[in-house]
Every structure is written in C-alpha cells, then in structure tokens.
Design a protein around this ligand. Structure first.
Ligand SMILES: Nc1ncnc2c1ncn2[C@@H]1O[C@H](COP(=O)(O)OP(=O)(O)OP(=O)(O)O)[C@@H](O)[C@H]1O
Length: 343
C-alpha cells in the first residue's frame, strides 16, 4: 500500500460538516450501541456474564471495573474482534454476529495497546488508515484535514510517529480510530499512562466527539478518571454489571455511608465500646484522642441519624470536642460497589 502523502496533503482549516458522512444512510432508529445478554466464556472463566446496556447518540458511557473484570472482552466483541458465547451486541442496530462488516464500517476501536511503525510520519500514518477504510479523493483529504485539526496534530504532520510523546501518540491513535467517521467510538483505557495535562486534553476531545453525535464507550479501572466526561457509567466486576447510572445516582447509593471522626476529652475506649453497641454503626476504630466509625442509614434519614448519634454520645456522658463527617469519595464509591474480586 502506498504510504506517501498526496501532493495536496498538508493540514488546512477544515469544515466538519464537509467531512462528516451525513450522506451515509441512517442505519435504523436503534441505539448506536447495544449489548444484549452478552456472555463470553474462556474455558471455565465467565469473562462476560449476561451484560446488557445501551449507549445513545452523543452519549459518553464509562465502562469501569478492576483488572480482569471483562471490559476488554466485551469491547472486543462489540468491535467484532471476538465472538460472544451467547447473546449479541449491536452497532446502529446491526448485529456483530450477523452483520460484522456493517458494524466495522460504523465503529472505531482504540485498543489499550497499539503498534507503531518506523519511518512513518503522522500524516502518512493517518493517510494509510484512511485508505485502508476505502476513503478516496476529496473525501479522504477532508477526513485527514478534519482529523489532523481535531486532534491538534497539524503542526506535527511531518514528524515521525515513533518520536511522538505518549500524549501525542494517543491523539494519533484517536485520530486513526475516527478517520472513517464512525458513529460509535470504543476506547479501551485511553487515559492509562497519560500525564495530567494530556488527560485533560483527552477529556476535551471525548466531549467534542460526543458533540459530533458519536456514541462513546470508554473503559477505565479508575472511576474518577472518567467521572467528569461520562454521561453514565456501568460498573463491571467478575464479568457482571453491578451498577449502571449517572455518577450521582451511583454515588447516592453509598453516600448513606458516612465516615465520622470524633475527638473527646478522656479515654477513647469507653466510646468505642458504646459505639459498638449502636445499630447501623460499623468499622469502629480508635487512635489516641479520636475515634472513627461509619454510619449507614437510609439517605433521607442520615442527617437526623447523625444528630441522634451525637446527642446519644453526649447523653451517655462523653465529653465530645469535635464531631466531623466526610462524604465518601468516588474512589470509595467504586470500592464499595465492587468487592475487588478477581477470577
Ligand atoms: N483470550 C483469553 N483466553 C482466556 N482467558 C481470557 C482471554 N481474554 C480474557 N480472558 C480472561 O477473561 C477475564 C476478563 O478479562 P478482560 O481482559 O476482558 O478484563 P478487563 O476488565 O479488560 O481487565 P484489564 O483492565 O486488566 O484489561 C479475565 O479473567 C481474563 O483472564
């Protein structure tokens, strides 16, 4: 295949509308992404266990789970790189089992590991993939111009790709993934190994992809990494989806668990013993002058319950000097929802 840039191939200011393949017939009214009772076994390992969810037009869906949870396996099935043991996955209504070619033309998959090539520059690399996707003539030129501009790689068009920083390589890979204007983008751990600035830039690009109307499925084992950019998240563990919703919805389930720290005059031992007798109080621990515990209660009742606990302590004769609470962080939410089990 010819890897040379075309003579008119320099990056120019581009018009997204001129590149976006709005002329492509709308597939169906089906959601861009649907996983339906998806299962994948590897021997005795149930890597994906009856997973069902959809992602809508312009929606960013975060797929969160610890290592080995089944994220990559389900993404690979969606990208037609593997087949389900049972169930199905759909892109724009087309089945990965029945219609893999149509799925491929509508989906861009960015794996967590991708090869690079020696003696190829940024422009040549993208041009190669544009040709591989069958883009010809002015359509290919528009696609390249748009993607170079979108990824901010235009100034690096002639730079050999093996000399790019990790962040720039990630942009290039994103550019490669979107070169054929897919309606669905599947990004496997794209933020892994990026420095903070590159992560922010990646988040901005993902937001812009959603603004272009793409459905984005993005995985991470770190919830906080995706919290800001995702419209919804699905938390997967041992192949099973254990929670789906907005970050706020999922957080609210565990915000009922409030961490409390108490300081008091005198010995902490009696307070520890008292707390251990109280209902809905767990994880009581003591260190020098303070005592920590977790109080769980129904969300609507948690403030009242806290007030009752404090009043109870004072009523029992403890001389409390400090009573502070801490809402659970997103990491706590993730750790609470998942149990950290692996197979
Ligand atoms: N080709 C394979 N053969 C056998 N077992 C596999 C294969 N691919 C994945 N698995 C197993 O399936 C399970 C899910 O793996 P998967 O890579 O999908 O998880 P993941 O959530 O993407 O994890 P990570 O964050 O580490 O990439 C793991 O137990 C893994 O060992």
């Amino acid at each position: 295949m010819n890897l040379s840039p075309s003579s008119n191939g320099g990056p120019v200011a581009s018009d997204p509308a001129a590149w976006t393949m709005s002329s492509r017939p709308a597939a169906t009214s089906a959601p861009p992404i649907e996983l339906r009772n998806l299962n994948r076994w590897f021997g005795t390992t149930h890597a994906v266990d009856d997973v069902t969810f959809t992602v809508g037009v312009g929606e960013v869906f975060g797929y969160i789970g610890p290592n080995g949870a089944g994220k990559t396996t389900s993404m690979r099935i969606l990208a037609t790189l593997d087949e389900p043991s049972s169930g199905d996955a759909f892109v724009d209504g087309f089945s990965v089992v029945e219609d893999p070619d149509r799925v491929r033309s509508r989906l861009g998959f960015m794996p967590d590991y991708y090869g690079t090539y020696q003696n190829v520059n940024v422009w040549e690399y993208l041009d190669f993939f544009a040709r591989a996707y069958g883009l010809r003539g002015t359509v290919r030129k528009r696609a390249l111009d748009f993607v170079m501009d979108f990824t901010g790689l235009d100034d690096l068009a002639r730079k050999p790709i093996d000399g790019l920083s990790k962040g720039m390589k990630q942009r290039l890979c994103l550019g490669r993934t979107m070169i054929h204007d897919p309606s669905v983008m599947v990004l496997d751990e794209p933020a892994a190994g990026l420095d903070p600035r590159a992560r922010i830039e990646l988040r901005e690009m993902i937001t812009r992809l959603a603004e272009l109307g793409k459905a984005v499925l993005i995985s991470s084992h770190i919830l906080t990494e995706l919290a800001e950019v995702c419209d919804r998240v699905g938390i997967i563990e041992l192949g099973r989806l254990v929670a789906v919703g907005t970050v706020e919805e999922i957080s609210s389930r565990v915000e009922q668990r409030i961490a409390v720290q108490v300081r008091l005059l005198g010995e902490v031992g009696p307070l520890v013993a008292w707390l251990q007798q109280q209902p809905e109080i767990e994880e009581v621990s003591a260190a020098e002058a303070h005592v920590r515990f977790v109080q769980s209660s129904e969300r609507e009742r948690s403030a009242e319950h806290l007030a009752d606990t404090l009043a109870g302590m004072i009523g029992a004769g403890f001389r409390v000097t400090e009573f502070s609470t801490k809402s659970k962080s997103l990491e706590d939410v993730f750790l609470h929802v998942t149990q950290g089990r692996v197979q």
